[in-house]
Design a protein around this ligand. Structure first.
Ligand code: 18C
Length: 256
């Protein structure tokens, strides 16, 4: 029964998302958990090459092409102090703050609210000369998952974004070429052992993040321009986004 389902939960999901009744749910659940496993694999194997580094931020890519289009998978690792994984994921997911940190987007619309933790976005991206302008349509799902390797029971938070289709918003009608994307942000919170009777402060918190992304440009774009955009935009995004979250959180109570 529905009640039993809610009690036992479904798979690795702690509670059952309201999105579980939706036609996209099997795909959302499967891709999110696949992305979680993929994010947690190291970069030691699989031919990852380091292409950008800044303090504790490290970005790796694998050069890949599909039908002559660059689709280089990216994997980035970073350590951010003073914020939790829940906070990181909250600001990455929330449409309310998207335009405050996202610099590749010209226009953002939530076209469907599947549940509080699951939305469908349509985004029009900034145009890069000489290529056509791009847009993207994707579901975005946020979830807390238990970390079985962590005795202290610190959970992992994930946001997964994955392209989808919607008959009301067909691709390539008009000026934009639709990109397809699979992106995930996986965050783990570490807390320094608190001293007796002393409350945990932001100085005791460290967040380890992994960001993975594969974007297919959806139509021809010059490989050299694309790789140059990639090399500039991903480090810019991760630095700007993490600084934004630190700044937003600093005077707020900790959201564990
Ligand atoms: O993950 C990020 N943001 C999320 C919320 O917005 C979401 C979005 C993913 C963006 C996918 C990229 C879409 C293509 C955009 C076109 C490029 C615009 C650049 C404008 C520069 C001023 O998951 C953070 C995203 C971080 C930045 C991503 C850069 C990706 C570059 C890939 C290029 C592929 C498109 C090719 C366009 C033609 C270029 C010659």
């Amino acid at each position: 029964t529905k009640q039993q389902q809610q009690q036992v939960g479904a798979g690795p999901c702690k509670g059952l998302s309201k999105a579980s009744q939706h036609r996209l749910w099997p795909e959302i659940d499967r891709i999110s958990m696949e992305q979680l496993r993929y994010a947690r694999l190291g970069v030691g194997e699989g031919g990852w090459q380091l292409f950008a580094e800044d303090g504790e931020m490290k970005m790796y890519k694998r050069e890949e092409e599909v039908n002559g289009m660059v689709v280089d998978p990216l994997k980035a690792c970073h350590v951010v102090r003073g914020v939790t994984g829940h906070e990181m994921c909250h600001y990455f997911f929330s449409p309310d703050v998207r335009m405050d940190w996202e610099t590749t987007v010209e226009q953002m619309t939530v076209i469907e609210t599947i549940a509080d933790d699951t939305l469908v976005f349509l985004q029009v991206h900034k145009r890069i000369w000489p290529a056509s302008q791009r847009d993207s349509l994707f579901w975005s799902h946020m979830r807390q998952v238990p970390d079985h390797n962590d005795r202290d029971g610190h959970d992992i938070w994930i946001v997964c974004n994955h392209s989808t289709e919607n008959p009301g918003f067909p691709s390539n009608n008009g000026k934009c070429v639709r990109v397809s994307l699979t992106v995930c942000l996986v965050c783990q919170t570490f807390i320094d052992p608190p001293k007796e009777g002393v409350p945990i402060t932001r100085d005791d918190i460290t967040c380890k993040i992994t960001y993975c992304s594969v974007v297919n440009p959806g139509g021809w774009a010059p490989a050299s321009v694309l790789r140059a955009v990639y090399k500039r935009e991903y480090p810019k995004f991760l630095k700007r986004f993490t600084a934004y979250v630190i700044d937003q959180c600093k005077d707020k109570p900790i959201m564990f």
